[in-house]
Structure formats: structure tokens, C-alpha cells
Design a protein around this ligand. Sequence first.
Ligand code: BG6
Length: 478
Amino acid sequence: MEHKKLSTFPADFLWGSASAAYQVEGAPFEDGKKASVWDNFVRIPGKTFKGTNGDVAVDHYHRYKEDVALMKELGLKSYRFSVAWTRVLPEGRGAVNSAGLKFYENLVDELIENGIEPIITLYHWDLPQSLQDLYGGWESREIIGDFLNYAEILFETFKGKVKYWVSLNEQNVFTNQGWVTATHPPGKKDMKLFYQVNHIANLANATVINKFHELEIPGQIGPSFAYTPQYAKDSDPRNVLAAENAEEMYSHFWMDVYMYGEYPLAALALLREQGLAPVFEAGDAALLKSAQPDFLGINYYQSATNAWNPLDGGVGAASFNTTGKKGTTKESGVPGLHKKIQNPFVERTNWDWEIDPEGLRIALRRITSRYRIPIMITENGLGEYDKLEEGKVHDDYRINYLESHVRAIKEAITDGATVIGYHTWSYTDLLSWLNGYQKRYGFVYVDQDETMEGSLKRIPKDSYYWYQHLIETNAEEI
Ligand code: BG6
């Protein structure tokens, strides 16, 4: 629908930006921290672009004050960051490492003193290696108790200071990459295990959300889901069905569990037929149903377009573009379900991610219709090559990307969606898990590259000043 006049953003709207511990902090073994699965995975030859790792990253661990000062100047209302479990509990359980926890206490205090709302992500993929070794990490139900214990430490430490909490970041991504594509730790390809791991993660998520509510921690908690709205290639009913299949298997399969405590029926029927359905134990169903997130975090980068893909002779999985060479993504799909095809109506990035602001409006509308829950956009951004020229980065392509997405949010709010915040990915440039340092997302350029010997100097890009104005004016001009 077209509106003659758009709503304004609420006065307390959280204009923010986001990051994750492994991608920014560096200092992997300082002040008592021990290895996470990522500290080890990156050392396996061929796993990351040019063997990059987060040993230094952008050195946020030592430069957080400088970073927060730049955030303040930018006018950020909120900053979403993740806690490295291994700083707080180096072995994932046992005694608290107060020196590690202190880093986050300092960061939270610094943010609050500068008028910035801290938003904590409990888990952004850096599982303690000890727990992986002990019982296979997410493959065992033992993780539920350990995750709960870790979360409770953070709830108790930061209650009253931190009001917004993200439980799991992109459960759909870390389970898929870890157990289907083998591109993230633990690097396995096992569909049965994938669905079981995911079920255990659902139980852990529900347990922690319930605890947050039981303890009456002032504030709100929810998971962050990587939502890719699915389109059909055209009105051929088989292509429409392919899009429905993708939406069911890649979106409802997670969001329905968060919101209704139940897996969607068609997905479950298919998994049962294939012998892949997660094994429920007594109490699982009730637990999933009992947990209610206060908001749904959405990480939105792109939409996806689908065509029919026959069971016999259909295309299967393919690797994705981690090189930054446009057009290198190969056709991929799941026979009998769907095939992902290029959308001819949208532009794409050098990493072949489709640029589709309208897709964000569609995403917000779909979530609102199906779940009626406030949404926090916990990530949205453009990963591109940036060029530092005479001390400046003219990233007008990023400004265009972000501006069009902010406009889409405004339209969705006018349509009736409740959106409480917008967090760009990312604040500074940072390490992309699989794409090294060349794929940049930040408002602040950081002199760091694949040699990992950069000066780490921070330089605000043009987009930094654009966001500053947008925040000042509450996006009234968009
Ligand atoms: C999200 C993650 O999936 O996408 C981030 O939560 C990640 O951690 C971001 O960096 C961008 O992905 P990439 O692969 O372009 O770095």
C-alpha cells in the first residue's frame, strides 16, 4: 500500500549499531580468557579468507574508550555487542574470571556515562572450546545448564544497567553453518544432528528467557533471527509452493518455535518422513511453549527468490561467494523443496547479496501479521570494499543502502508494525567470519587488513556523518 503521509519514528527509538565479540575485540588469551571454538577453527587451513583470524581483530578490547567516544560523537542511542563467554567463564563453567567480566563492566559503564543504551547479546557463536571438548557443545543437552549458568551471571551483574538482552544471535545461521555446510565450527555435515542441535538450542533459548522473567530482571529479552523473506519467481503455482517451502523450512521453523513454542506442521511432517525430526524428551514441548520473548530481534540483509526444484534431478547445495567476486554464486537448492534463483529486479553486492529494502518492509509486515510482537532490528547493513582516499572514505553506496532501509522501516511502522530500534551492522569495520577484512560494514573505517598488521587507526566514513544527522533529526527527512 502507498501512504500519503508516513508515521514518524517514536521519540525513544533506539538508533544504534552492532558488533560481536570475536569480530572486534582481539586479545583472545588476555586476562584469563581461554579459547572459544572460533579461536581454534580459524587456524584450520582453508577455513577463512586468506587465513584471517580474530587475534587482533580491531583491538576493541584495548580501544573501547576511543570507540565509545566516537559513538557518542555520532549520537548513537544504543550499542549492541556480545559477551565472549570465555572471558567470563574461561572453560564455559566453574569459577567466574573477574578480570574478564570487568571488561564488560567497564564497557557498560562507559556506554551509560556517555548516554548510550547497552544491549547485550549473550551468545554470538564463540562457544567455549572446553564445552565442545567435554560433551560436544550444542550437541548435548548439558549445554542448557551451562548456558543458563552463564546467562544468570550476566543477568545478576548487569541488572538495572542493561535493559535489552539478545539471547542467541542467529540460531538459524550458526546451526546451519556448523552442522549442514561445515563452514563454521564444529564443521560437520549431518542433517539429523543439525535438527537435534537446533532443538537443543531452542530449549536453551527458552530456558534462559524463562529465567530472565523469573528473576524479574528489569528489561526485555528476545532472540535475534536472521530473516530472509522468501519470494516466488513468478505466479507458476509450483514456484509459489517452492517459496512457501523455503519460508516454512528457513523462517517459520525458527520463529514459530520462539513465538508459539511449536515447529510448523509441514516442516515437521517432512522431517518425520525423512527420519530427521528432532527427538523430544518429556518436558520439551511444555518448556518451548512456556517461554515468551519480549521482542523479536531481526537481522535483515536480503530477500531470496525461489523456483521449483524437482526431487529427481534437482540442484543441490553449492558453496557461497566468500571472495567478493560478483556473480560467482552458483545455483543451489534442495531437491523436492526449492531452488534459489537470482532476482532480476534487484541489485546485488560484490558478494552477491541482493539489495532489497522493500524486503525489509515485507519482513516487518509478515512478522507483525503472524506474531504481533515488537521487533528490534538487531542488524542491517552493507558489506563492501571501501577505499581510503586522502584520509576519507566516500561510502555513498552504504548511505544509499541504509537510507532506503530506514525508509522501508518507516513505511512498515506506518503499516502498523511496532519497531523499537534499528542497529546497523556494524559500528566499526570488523572481521567478517569468512571474508576477512576486505568486506567492510562500519561507519568507522579501521586500518586493518588480511596481513593483520594494520595501524588500527579509526577514521569516520561519510556514512558516519550521514547517520549522525539522521539520528539528530529522528529520520524526519526520509
Ligand atoms: C550476520 C552475523 O550473519 O551477518 C554477523 O550476525 C556477520 O556476525 C554479518 O558479520 C555479516 O556477515 P558477513 O559474512 O558478510 O561478515
